[in-house]
Design a protein around this ligand. Sequence first.
Ligand SMILES: Cc1cc2nc3c(=O)[nH]c(=O)nc-3n(C[C@H](O)[C@H](O)[C@H](O)COP(=O)(O)OP(=O)(O)OC[C@H]3O[C@@H](n4cnc5c(N)ncnc54)[C@H](O)[C@@H]3O)c2cc1C
Length: 154
Amino acid sequence: MKSRMITLPDAIEAIVTSCEVCSVGMTDKDNLPYVLPFNFGFENNTVYLHSAPVGRKIDILKQKPEVCIAFSTAHELYKQSDDVACSFGMRYKSVIVKGKVAFIEDFDEKVRILNVIMKQYTKRDDFVYSIPAVKGVAVMKVVADSIEAKAFGY
Ligand SMILES: Cc1cc2nc3c(=O)[nH]c(=O)nc-3n(C[C@H](O)[C@H](O)[C@H](O)COP(=O)(O)OP(=O)(O)OC[C@H]3O[C@@H](n4cnc5c(N)ncnc54)[C@H](O)[C@@H]3O)c2cc1C
């Protein structure tokens, strides 16, 4: 099975937006890894996240905003022989984004980003939001410092 790196921005975006969730890796104050699944939005090499405004990840990200975000999709088990374990494998497409979390405070920008996240899951971006809900949610963006994409078996 061949693996190949993908560099075309449209192809990278297609992989990311076909994913249901991403895994956000961060580093806590003791330099230990902490990885959480997140819903997300994506546009222009930027990952958007939202969250309750308190909790362990918020404490970590406010101290250490560096993150590594993994996406993977098109998972497909293949085999060459039913009985040979090493002949089994999985086709996949995946993307890794590295960057820094920035917390968004501007109300209108928060609404715009929440609509980008909603669009990822509903294909709609014209939702209404209550003012307290927008004020109360933490909205984050990660502009990619680097973005790498790979396809294995495709
Ligand atoms: C498919 C999916 C999508 C999600 N999307 C979002 C999202 O968009 N935004 C969002 O904020 N959260 C999302 N979550 C939940 C997220 O993964 C965290 O559980 C949540 O944000 C709380 O994180 P925290 O660090 O604030 O937890 P805290 O409540 O501060 O954590 C306390 C302890 O609980 C443990 N813990 C926390 N989360 C998990 C977990 N998911 N699994 C097992 N143990 C855990 C950790 O050991 C942590 O130290 C999603 C989860 C899933 C499975």
